[in-house]
Design a protein around this ligand. Structure first.
Ligand code: FAQ
Length: 335
């Protein structure tokens, strides 16, 4: 059965009833749920984005876990440990959201450890100083929030709902990073230098987190038509920079962009050229820490094998026990 709608372009296009229902839900800003019919491309695009996002959270634990044993006080250690655990939780919500689309956890994990899956470029940079914990919170979590708050309204229900919980935690993460930098900036000349040096190293990679420029972003148009993404990569990047400038002034750090200036006409901060060659190099696996991040993930997966095996053995023992209890009950009832 088909129904016909006339899109803005004028030509009549025939859609199946299911497809029309899907289009109507998208048009009405309503939510698509796991049991609803959806176009295969929509499902694939969501699995692509959600699984990449989940992998980013999981790999994203590594740059900070590097500092858990070296955090400057017990309080800082406890906060950092809680933050890293939060990222693990975010990964799990997101893997679960991808599973509602038919992706399996095993397939997603295999793709990651085989080096075939993408994860955010930002996590391939090293964390040589304590100030990097501040920059990750302020800049990386800050960029993540800018990008992810609109995703709370993503058209796919399980993704949007996972993002609501994630954004609440990211907002705490961003503030704790800001506070680390603020304390360093109020410290000795050496501490101030450490904070500035770290901001210099993380600023540009954080801008790259929003993805390639709009005219080089193959997925944006369709993703925005499906209301998975609500804003373009450049739009969100601009919003982020506008937010950073006054915060940098409060911190007393300089954003390392000599071309950054306020545009009276647009009332926005115009930024200098981003080095997209660096971005593509990192995506191609040639960033400073790509190989190390993947190797650590592989090792962790291997070291966790016995846990997975033990959990599977326990689950099958429980199932066998339940089945045998049920058989006994049935036999008793029949006698
Ligand atoms: N890194 O056509 P577009 C976090 C890929 S979580 C690597 O513009 P799209 C929390 C892109 O996948 C950070 N790859 O793609 C935390 C595509 O490749 P494909 C992660 C990138 O999907 C904080 C190709 O380039 N956040 O930080 C990157 O429309 C602290 C063409 O790009 C999310 O994943 C990149 N930066 O837009 C954890 C948010 N950018 O698949 C620990 C959800 C682009 O065609 C510590 N994701 N690519 O082979 C999104 O919003 C989008 O997927 C974008 C990319 C905006 C990332």
């Amino acid at each position: 059965m088909t129904s016909t709608i006339t899109p803005d372009r004028g030509a009549a296009v025939a859609f199946s009833v299911e497809e029309q229902q899907f289009n109507d839900l998208i048009e009405a800003d309503s939510r698509i749920e796991p049991r609803d019919w959806m176009p295969e491309g929509y499902r694939r695009s969501l699995v692509r984005q959600i699984s990449q996002h989940a992998h980013s959270e999981i790999i994203g634990m590594q740059p900070e876990s590097n500092w858990i044993t070296r955090a400057p006080s017990l309080k800082r250690k406890a906060i950092l440990m809680a933050k890293v655990q939060d990222e693990a939780g975010h990964g799990l919500y997101l893997y679960s959201a991808a599973q509602t689309l038919g992706a399996t956890r095993d397939d997603m994990t295999d793709a990651l450890i085989a080096g075939k899956a993408r994860y955010s470029s930002i996590f391939n940079y090293p964390t040589p100083s304590w100030a990097d914990m501040g920059s990750i919170g302020w800049l990386v979590d800050g960029a993540a929030i800018c990008n992810q708050v609109p995703l709370c309204r993503a058209s796919y229900g399980p993704y949007g709902r996972a993002m609501v919980r994630i954004c609440k935690e990211e907002s705490f993460h961003q503030r704790q990073g800001f506070e680390i930098l603020l304390e360093l900036m109020q410290g000795t000349a050496e501490q101030r230098q450490m904070a500035q040096d770290s901001v210099d190293r993380w600023y540009w990679p954080a801008l790259m987190m929003f993805g390639p420029p709009d005219d080089d972003s193959p997925n944006s148009a369709q993703s925005m038509a499906w209301k998975i993404k609500r804003h373009s990569n450049d739009e969100l990047r601009q919003r982020f920079v506008n937010m950073l400038v006054p915060q940098a002034a409060v911190l007393g750090v300089t954003l390392p962009d000599s071309d950054l200036h306020f545009n009276e006409e647009t009332q926005q901060w115009d930024l200098g050229e981003i080095d997209w060659t660096e971005f593509h190099e990192v995506l191609a696996g040639r960033g400073a820490n790509n190989a190390q991040r993947l190797q650590r993930r592989r090792d962790a997966h291997e070291e966790g094998r016995w846990v997975r095996e033990a959990a599977a053995a326990y689950a099958s023992k429980q199932t066998a026990r339940k089945e045998s209890t049920l058989t006994t009950e049935l036999e008793t009832a029949a006698s």
